[in-house]
Design a protein around this ligand. Structure first.
Ligand code: ADP
Length: 104
């Protein structure tokens, strides 16, 4: 798609972050291998998201134009399994130092 990052501006969420739809493929998940998701939770979220959509966006850090997801692991996996191309994210701009803290 020519590398478009921002699909659609959704508005402003609480805590200052802007809420946008990002492609699953452009969200880096540095901690994916550390924690295992609860498959039952993922299943329930899949059912709910397919019926009523994602009600609470996941939080992502934006550092130098790249997006990093640390939380919302179950919602993210539910989107993957549903074959959805994008997920609604609350984007928090951050520095490399903040990113490093999140990766510890
Ligand atoms: P995650 O790892 O994604 O944070 P949790 O099970 O800890 O998974 O939390 C699920 C979160 O997903 C809750 O905060 C809930 O409010 C939110 N949520 C967003 N959309 C939905 C939905 N359609 N159905 C159920 N929960 C939803």
């Amino acid at each position: 798609n020519g590398g478009f990052r921002l699909v659609r501006v959704e508005g402003r969420g609480r805590a200052g972050g802007r809420v946008i739809e990002l492609r699953l493929t452009e969200i880096r998940r540095p901690l994916r291998r550390v924690r295992q998701n609860d498959p039952e939770k993922v299943k329930m979220l899949m059912e709910s998201i397919s019926k009523i959509g994602l009600q609470v966006p996941i939080d992502v850090l934006e550092v130098e134009g790249k997006y990093y997801g640390f939380s919302g692991c179950h919602r993210f996996e539910a989107h993957i399994r549903l074959g959805l191309p994008t997920i609604r994210c609350k984007v928090h701009k951050a520095s490399k130092a903040i990113l490093r803290l999140h990766m510890m």
